[in-house]
Design a protein. Structure first.
Length: 81
């Protein structure tokens, strides 16, 4: 692990110390957990750009003309109205 020095507002530091005491863990562990949780949440939210998604999915349909297939499925629904 690498050591990192950060500067916090007094209120944030007091909150961290209080929360760490409530959880019975060192304040540094609470910070590590918070950063890990934040990173995992951000990574799960990251989505490919439209161009990346198109490039990665181009050519995966192998069942003939996609538009014809789509129209045939919609015809099964009956008339709109």
């Amino acid at each position: 692990m690498r050591r990192t020095l950060i500067t916090l507002d007094a209120d944030d530091k007091a909150w961290l110390d209080h929360e760490a005491r409530l959880r019975h863990i060192p304040m540094t562990e609470l910070v590590r957990q918070a950063i890990r949780d934040y990173r995992l949440r951000e990574e799960s939210l990251s989505r490919p750009t439209l161009q990346t998604a198109l490039a990665e999915t181009s050519g995966i349909w192998r069942n003939g003309d996609g538009l014809t297939y789509q129209q045939r499925l919609r015809d099964e629904w009956g008339p709109a109205g």
